[in-house]
Design a binder for this molecule. Structure first.
Ligand code: PMP
Length: 414
């Protein structure tokens, strides 16, 4: 039966919440209300079980062993690759490279593809709403090569100004790298059209999918992106695992990113030949346990269905925006027409950090600060925001509690 805590028009949230043991804990003497899902999601029991099962039953290093444990671990690890391939609609399993996360995926492209292909006066396009991990690797590359970094501006709603993007594209453009869903605003960018526009001038397109992989249906083949990076931990999976998808033809001619075991075919003191894809980009012992457990996270999402998850989160976001806007002095930052699962806001005379501390005293976890998107905060002339971000287990009741907490903040601080 649904308690008031778990009512939803779309799903039995009560059943879903039971799969997340952490949601039973209290913070500061109150039930935890976790609204920091864009930073990282909580993990369902099946992900926790997969980790324990691996370490309890078949912990072994992968790929090189011929004993039973090594074979079992290798098979489980490679099953996750197959699960990821179909989760994002890739054409082949060789296009799925396991990384530490989105950050490492972007750096891999910047170091390997970038250092081979970018030359002086070439242009790379990013946008003003990028996470630092999709800014700094390109800045470093441009500095090293004498290339030029161009930045698509955004409008007051927090949407990309696409006319400016189209003006920037030209024969000098070599790569465009854009966030699919902004972590700070929730804006969904129209990457499919942007990819077609970039390809029309011969440029490659990288998608930062850190925030989109959990909310949107991802089909990299249909998008026709050249690279797509995301992190397992924002998708109900473990930390320390991410995926870089790259088109096979590109990956095949890219030099290795890191060197060591596993990425080689043959090593002599004179010369080394490199392993086939995807192993050429997976040097050293990978994060075996967490990659294996990531498959359980993908199954968790697939078993509910992204469409249902999206409808539930949309309901929470719409309800949340409607209720938050009633709070005196509160201003929502980022009102894009296409938006998912994030509400960023400021309150007059209240520093975001104080908002966060006062909410934590009521067991409510939100994120405050610049959200690793300082240029975006500069655009809005603010030092930061408070951000609530939703996941499948959140409820309208939790939003009501958030509103009560914010009314208290307003009373104390203003
Ligand atoms: N891009 C975006 C849009 C993000 O939200 C994040 C994480 N906050 C990242 C990149 C980096 O992801 P990770 O820290 O998992 O590498």
């Amino acid at each position: 039966m649904n308690s008031p805590l778990t009512k939803s028009k779309f799903l039995d949230i009560n059943v879903i919440r039971q799969e997340f043991p952490i949601l039973n804990r209290e913070v500061k003497g109150r039930p935890l209300i976790y609204l920091d899902n864009a930073a990282t999601t909580q993990k369902p029991q099946q992900v926790l079980d997969a980790l324990t099962h691996y370490y309890t039953n078949y912990n072994a290093n992968i790929h090189r062993g011929i004993h039973t444990l090594a074979e079992e671990a290798t098979a489980a690890f490679e099953h996750t690759r197959d699960a990821v391939k179909s989760f994002i609609g890739a054409g082949s399993r060789e296009e799925i490279i396991f990384t530490r996360g989105t950050t490492e995926g972007i750096n891999l492209v910047a170091y390997s593809w970038g250092r081979k292909n970018i030359q002086a006066n070439d242009e790379i396009i990013i946008s003003n709403m990028e996470h630092h991990s999709n800014i700094v690797p390109w800045q470093l590359l441009c500095e090293e090569k004498g290339a030029i970094l161009k930045v698509i501006p955004i409008n007051e709603n927090g949407e990309l100004v696409l006319d400016e993007y189209n003006k920037m594209l030209g024969p000098k453009t070599k790569l465009v790298s854009i966030v699919h869903v902004s972590n700070a605003l929730g804006t969904v960018n129209p990457v499919k059209q942007m990819i077609a526009d970039a390809h029309a001038v011969g440029a490659l397109f990288m998608v930062d999918g850190a925030q989109s992989a959990v909310h949107l249906d991802i089909n990299v083949t249909d998008l026709d992106c050249d690279f797509f990076a995301f992190s397992a931990h924002k998708l109900y999976g473990p930390t320390g695992v991410g995926v870089l998808y790259g088109k096979k033809a590109l990956l095949e001619v890219m030099p290795p990113f890191q060197a060591g075991g596993e990425m080689i075919k043959e090593v002599t003191m004179q010369k080394t030949t490199f392993n086939d894809l995807p192993y050429k980009f997976e040097a050293g012992t990978p994060n075996i346990a967490d990659v294996i457990a990531f498959k359980s996270a993908i199954h968790f999402v697939q078993s509910i269905g992204k469409e249902k998850i999206r409808r539930h989160e949309r309901d929470l976001m719409d309800y949340g925006q409607q209720e938050l806007e009633k709070i005196p002095g509160l201003r929502i930052i980022g009102k894009a027409k296409e938006k998912v699962s994030v509400i960023s806001f400021v309150i007059e005379n209240a520093h975001p950090q104080d908002i966060g501390i006062l909410l934590d005293n009521r067991g409510i976890a939100v994120r405050t600060g610049h959200h690793c998107a300082q240029p975006l905060m500069d655009h809005f002339c603010i030092p930061g925001t408070a951000r609530v971000s939703f996941a499948i287990y959140n409820t309208r009741y939790e939003i009501d509690e958030l509103v009560k907490g914010l009314l208290r903040v307003v009373k104390i601080l203003s």
